[in-house]
Write a new protein. Structure first.
Length: 487
């Protein structure tokens, strides 16, 4: 080949390369990209994170600026924004106040008000501590009502099918409704144990009270030893109250099981449980209970208070268990204005992300990702991860809330090569309606101990075939392991 022909050939090749999409030229996700053959839409990027004067370095990309649904990967935005707003050691406070000072005889001549502080991790144990402190303060009788005030937010308008249906009935825990005065992640818990002998009904009790809360419709039979245990639970709202309808079987030698289902009204759930605890502590409330959206007056005397867990512990539970209730309550805590909506909570997080260099467009209709309208890009999520990596006071709490595949609580991630299992920290996201979404983001450490960030968003369409995590993890884990080992 003469020199003229060589240069013409070289120019032609360069022209062809310049016309190729950047995602094809710099893919690096050779296995993951095979999913595009079946019509799946993918936004993916892996980058080495810069330190000092060293800039970030893109290692692999596949349509990194394509805007797609992140599902529960949305929660990393909520976690980062909460850390930025409140700091890792922030605690939410829940109070009991009175409409009057209690007298020396222990009588409160007025109402007892629980002032819901928007604690995403408020539990039965916290309520019991409140009751104990109220007892220690000398209160023995309330002439008025117990009022659970969710004036900060709640009941929050449902904007997803799952949550709207949960107001009537629900067979899961993840679609819990929202309130600033909710406990136990907006879920009822019932304890199911085998009966005394085969043929007897199972023994069902509430997890948190001697009083049977919620109501129970027990259709679980006790079977002979080693017969297997199969339980189902449906929470219904009947006659104005929640009822847990249980069915199935439990063998005589089976371990007891705890079943969780979202309540129809988190504030009312709190009121019912708090009333039972007050009675158990010997504090009589004559007027019953109610819920309210009215803020207690600033002059109301504080009778007891409990500080929740530090934010860094809340985030570990929020991300590890992908808890929708906790994430959305946190987003609402960050919203501006009285009685915010989920969209306002998402807007507060969007405002935080707008200050991240290189992030680009972001749409969050919720902090949990339960809303299918959420949209971001792989490049945008990685910009968020890079930003948090550069925050020395926040990064340890942020990365600690992610899971290691080798020992994370989600067993389905315990797959792939050793480099993926041991050198990656991740958050996953899953949606099945209206289209299937499998998303993952997190940090990795290369063989030379460089920090990296990666994000993969895989979205189906109405015409794409079934998508499960195995299909994504098998490919992604191999691609990431190769990047980790080669750097």
């Amino acid at each position: 080949m003469d020199a003229v022909m060589f240069h013409r050939t070289l120019s032609c090749c360069l022209l062809v390369l310049s016309l190729l999409p950047l995602s094809v030229m710099a893919s690096g996700f050779s296995r993951l990209s095979s999913l595009t053959d079946d019509g799946f839409r993918i936004s993916a990027e892996a980058r080495l994170l810069g330190t000092g004067d060293r800039a970030d370095e893109t290692l692999a990309s596949l349509s990194p600026t394509l805007s797609l649904s992140p599902a529960s990967v949305s929660k990393v935005y909520t976690a980062a924004a909460a850390l930025d707003r409140f700091g890792p050691q922030h605690r939410f406070t829940t109070r009991l106040v009175g409409t009057a000072e209690p007298g020396p005889d222990g009588m409160l001549a007025g109402d007892l008000v629980l002032d819901g502080g928007g604690d995403p991790a408020l539990t039965s144990e916290d309520l019991w501590r409140l009751v104990q402190r109220l007892h220690q303060a000398g209160v023995r009788e309330v002439t008025g009502q117990l009022i659970v005030s969710q004036w900060r937010f709640g009941p929050v308008e449902c904007i997803t099918t799952d949550r709207c249906e949960a107001r009537r009935q629900v067979d899961n825990a993840y679609s819990a409704l929202l309130s600033s005065a909710g406990i136990n992640f907006g879920n009822w818990c019932v304890h199911v144990a085998p009966g005394s002998a085969p043929g007897a009904s199972a023994v069902v009790t509430g997890c948190d009270s001697k009083v049977l809360l919620p109501g129970i419709d027990n259709r679980v039979d006790t079977k002979a030893a080693d017969s297997g245990t199969q339980l189902s639970a449906l929470r219904l709202t009947e006659g104005g109250g929640d009822v847990m309808r249980l069915s199935g079987q439990i063998s005589t030698n089976a371990h007891p099981r705890d079943l969780y289902r979202a309540s129809a009204d988190p504030a009312d759930q709190t009121a019912q449980l708090l009333m039972a605890m007050l009675e158990r502590a010997g504090i009589q409330v004559r007027g019953g209970y109610s819920t309210s959206t009215v803020q207690p007056p600033g002059s109301a005397p504080q009778l007891a208070a409990v500080d929740g867990k530090p934010l860094q512990e809340i985030l570990l539970r929020t991300l590890n268990y992908s808890n929708n209730f906790m994430a959305d309550v946190l987003a609402l805590d960050m919203a501006n204005g009285p009685r915010p909506s989920l969209e306002q909570g998402g807007a507060a997080i969007e405002a935080f992300a707008a200050g991240i260099p290189g992030h680009g467009p972001l749409t969050l209709r919720s902090g949990s990702g339960l809303t299918p309208e959420n949209r971001t890009t792989a490049s945008g999520v990685n910009s968020l991860l890079a930003y948090m990596f550069d925050q020395p006071s926040l990064f340890p709490s942020f990365v600690a809330a992610l899971q290691s595949p080798s020992n994370g609580v989600m067993r389905f991630i315990r797959k792939g090569p050793a480099s993926f299992q041991q050198r990656v920290m991740i958050k996953t996201g899953t949606l099945n309606e209206p289209v299937r979404v499998r998303a993952m983001t997190g940090y990795f450490r290369t063989r030379s101990n460089r920090w990296g960030a990666f994000t993969v968003l895989v979205n189906g369409t109405e015409s794409t075939p079934y998508l499960n995590w195995t299909m994504v993890l098998e490919r992604l884990s191999e691609d990431l392991a190769q990047l980790i080992e080669s750097h």
